[in-house]
Write a protein that binds this ligand. Structure first.
Ligand code: DON
Length: 319
């Protein structure tokens, strides 16, 4: 915290240095109206496009947050690293690696894309995420029980009990033709072993969990801490799994915007079409940002802009 205070004092002045600095970031990012709301289901198009939340969770468990940090939104694809972590924990690295690659796809998140071994190219695109969810069903075939375990894990990472947005979930289930097509393709290739409908169901439930930027920052903080939640002090996930998850987030977390992100921001991160981004500075902090207008890759325009500023101002780039 002392290092953050010192770096920020050269950028802003005031009684609450960190919050004033984060407000300054917000003001610089709110200019312009670039981006579009996700509209593949009506619930996502109904949100207020001007909302903006930003939270930082430090490794000592302290959370700084500003503006709309208390607004709930659906986690969507920011869930993918967590379900991948659970699949690695339950099935082991060898079994997961046999069926999900770790290479950036360079394609859109919902692309029907597999490698020469007919594996989804990575767990951050839909194909790999649906397969990760299906692996949880190989261990626990009852979708309600598998979801209960998933929810407990996500809640342990966030340090509070999370819950489902049932309207988003039901809407996703009604409009999931593309994801069902991906799951059937994976089944026909022999890599998806659980029931297609249960896999899609579990995947949509995980996407429909409601989080705030404080939650994303604490989840990021848990990954930054090698798997120990900085708020509760409890281990949620093993160190080796965290190392793998952060590696894949670095190369694949921002989809086909990953190269620009890694060169400018330089942090492992994951975005979602709900407008959230979670970024991680290993050993130091987790960042949660929310703003629902999305760029052509499905990443939050203002969220990306805020992370670029934070990284440049505070010297957060890993390299
Ligand atoms: O259609 C889906 O798969 C969504 N429920 C989640 C996708 C997502 O968030 C992609 N991210 N940018």
């Amino acid at each position: 915290r002392a290092v953050l205070d010192e770096r920020m004092s050269s950028l802003v002045a005031g009684p609450s240095l960190v919050e004033s600095y984060l407000e300054h970031i917000r003001n610089t990012c709110l200019v312009g109206t670039d981006g579009d709301l996700a509209d593949y289901i009506p619930e996502l198009a109904r949100v207020d496009p001007t909302k903006f939340g930003l939270s930082l969770a430090l490794h000592d468990g302290y959370v700084y947050s500003i503006a709309d940090a208390d607004i709930g939104f659906t986690i969507q694809s920011v869930s993918k690293p967590l379900t991948y972590a659970l699949a690695l924990t339950h099935k082991g690295f060898d079994q997961v690696d046999d069926r999900i690659g770790v290479e950036p796809s360079g394609e859109a998140f919902n692309e029907i894309s597999v490698d020469s071994k007919r594996r989804p190219r990575n767990p951050m695109i839909n194909a790999g995420a649906i397969l990760s969810a299906s692996m949880l069903l190989e261990v626990e075939p009852d979708v309600d029980l598998a979801f209960a375990e998933l929810l407990e894990f996500y809640s342990a990472c966030a340090g509070r009990q999370l819950a489902l947005d049932s309207e988003v979930y039901e809407s996703e289930m009604r409009s999931g033709a593309r994801n069902r097509a991906i799951a059937y393709m994976l089944q026909s290739f022999g890599v998806l072993h659980a029931s297609v409908e249960a896999s899609i169901d579990l995947y949509f439930r995980q996407c429909s969990l409601v989080v705030t930027t404080d939650d994303l920052a604490v989840i990021g903080g848990t990954l930054a801490n090698g798997g120990v939640n900085p708020r509760t002090g409890r281990r949620a996930v093993g160190q080796a799994v965290v190392q793998r998850v952060l590696s894949v987030m670095t190369t694949c977390g921002m989809y086909d915007g990953a190269g620009d992100w890694v060169t400018t921001v330089g942090l492992p991160a994951k975005s979602g079409v709900g407008g959230g981004i979670m970024a991680v500075l290993p050993g130091q902090l987790g960042i949660g940002v929310y703003s629902p207008l999305l760029d052509e890759h499905g990443n939050s325009v203002r969220g990306v802009a805020a992370c670029k500023r934070l990284s440049a101002d505070l010297g957060l780039h890993m390299f």
